[in-house]
Write a protein that binds this ligand. Structure first.
Ligand code: BG6
Length: 309
C-alpha cells in the first residue's frame, strides 16, 4: 500500500465551506478556507495542531472565523472608517490559477495561491480597485509561510493607503507559562489605554491578564516559548514593522459569543502588522505591459514565516 498523499487537495470544510488542504511529505499539513483566505489549521509531522481555533468559531459568513490566521486588510482594528479589521477576512476568495511567478524560487509543492478582487458592491465601501494575492506554503520542515502581494489596479491613477495584519492565533498549553521574546525594550501603543505610547521593560513578555498592544518598529524575528509543551514558535516577518500581542483574558473571553470562556488560556495572538505607518500603493502604470515582467518590478511582498521546534 502506498502512503503517497497529494500535496494540495480541495475539500468541504465546516458548513460546506470550501477549504484547501496542504500536505508535506513528512506529515505536516495546513488548511486554508476560501472564505477569508483564512488559514484554520497548521499541524506538525506528529499531527499536533499549532494554531488555535475556537470551539465556538462560527464558520458562517459574514462573521470572520475566530482563530487561525485572519487577514486584516485594508484596515487594522477600528483605525479608519471601515468595519473592524477591514473586509478581507470575510470575503470569499478564489483560487488563483495563474499567479505571477515569485521573485524567490519556492520549491514547496504544498502551496496554494488565492486571490481577492473587489466587486462593484465592495467598491462602494472602499472605492479602490486592487488585486490581493495570497500564497500559503508549507515548507519541507513543516514551516508555514504566507506571502501577500497587493497591487493597486485603480484606473483613475489614485493611490490607496491601508493598514494590515496577519492576525495569527497560536495554540499554547497554558498562557501563564508562555514567554514572548524579541519585543522587550520596544515602544508600544496600548489598546487598553487609548493607544497611549509606552516602552516595554527589558524582560521577555509574560502574561497575567488582558493584553492588547501594538509594538512598533519591531525586529523581523519574534519567538513564542511554550514551556509546558517544550515548544518554540519562531515568527519571521518581512515588510511588516509592527507586531500586535493580544489575549482577551477571562472577562473579554466571556463577552465574545464565538469564543469559549476558558479558551483564553490556550491561545495567544502575535500578529505581524503594518499599522503605525500605513502603506501607500500607487497604481500600476500599465498593467498589461507589465504582465510579463511584473515580478522584478513588484518588490512589495508582505510575508510571514513561522517555524516550530
Ligand atoms: C486584535 C486587536 O488584533 O484583535 C483587539 O488588537 C481585538 O483589540 C482583537 O479585540 C480581536 O478582534 P475581532 O474583531 O476579531 O474580535
Amino acid at each position: 500500500m502506498t502512503s503517497e498523499r497529494v500535496a494540495v487537495e480541495s475539500a468541504k470544510g465546516v458548513n460546506g465551506l470550501e477549504k484547501i488542504i496542504l500536505r508535506e511529505t513528512r506529515g505536516s499539513s495546513a488548511e486554508v478556507y476560501l472564505y477569508g483566505g483564512h488559514v484554520t489549521s497548521w499541524k506538525n509531522e506528529h499531527g499536533e495542531e499549532l494554531l488555535f481555533v475556537s470551539s465556538k468559531a462560527l464558520f458562517k459568513p459574514p462573521k470572520a472565523i475566530r482563530g487561525g490566521i485572519p487577514l486584516c486588510f485594508p484596515q487594522f482594528s477600528n483605525l479608519g472608517p471601515l468595519e473592524q479589521h477591514g473586509f478581507a477576512r470575510n470575503k470569499l476568495w478564489s483560487i488563483d490559477t495563474d499567479p505571477p511567478a515569485f521573485p524567490t524560487n519556492s520549491s514547496s509543492k504544498a502551496h496554494i495561491d488565492l486571490i481577492l478582487k473587489p466587486s462593484e458592491e465592495d467598491m462602494k465601501i472602499w472605492p479602490h480597485s486592487y488585486e490581493f494575492r495570497l500564497r500559503v506554503a508549507l515548507g519541507p520542515g513543516g514551516d508555514l509561510m504566507l506571502t501577500s502581494r497587493i497591487r493597486n489596479t485603480n484606473s483613475d491613477g489614485k493611490p490607496f493607503t491601508f493598514t494590515f495584519a496577519y492576525h495569527t492565533y497560536f495554540s499554547v498549553s497554558d498562557i501563564s507559562e508562555v514567554r514572548v521574546e524579541g519585543l522587550e525594550t520596544h515602544d508600544y501603543l496600548d489598546n487598553l489605554q487609548n493607544r497611549e505610547r509606552f516602552t516595554e521593560q527589558g524582560d521577555a513578555i509574560t502574561f497575567e491578564g488582558e493584553v492588547d498592544k501594538i509594538y512598533l518598529s519591531t525586529p523581523t524575528k519574534i519567538a513564542i516559548l511554550d514551556h509546558e509543551k517544550k515548544r518554540t514558535f519562531v515568527l519571521r516577518k518581512d515588510g511588516l514593522p509592527d507586531a500586535v500581542v493580544w489575549n482577551p483574558w477571562d472577562k473579554k473571553a466571556k463577552a465574545m459569543a464565538d469564543f469559549g470562556d476558558d479558551e483564553y488560556k490556550h491561545m495567544l495572538c502575535v500578529e505581524a502588522a503594518a499599522i503605525e505607518k500605513p502603506i501607500t500603493l500607487k497604481p500600476v502604470a500599465n498593467l498589461i505591459l507589465r504582465e510579463s515582467s511584473r515580478v522584478a518590478e513588484d518588490p512589495l511582498l508582505w510575508s510571514l514565516y513561522v517555524q516550530v521546534s
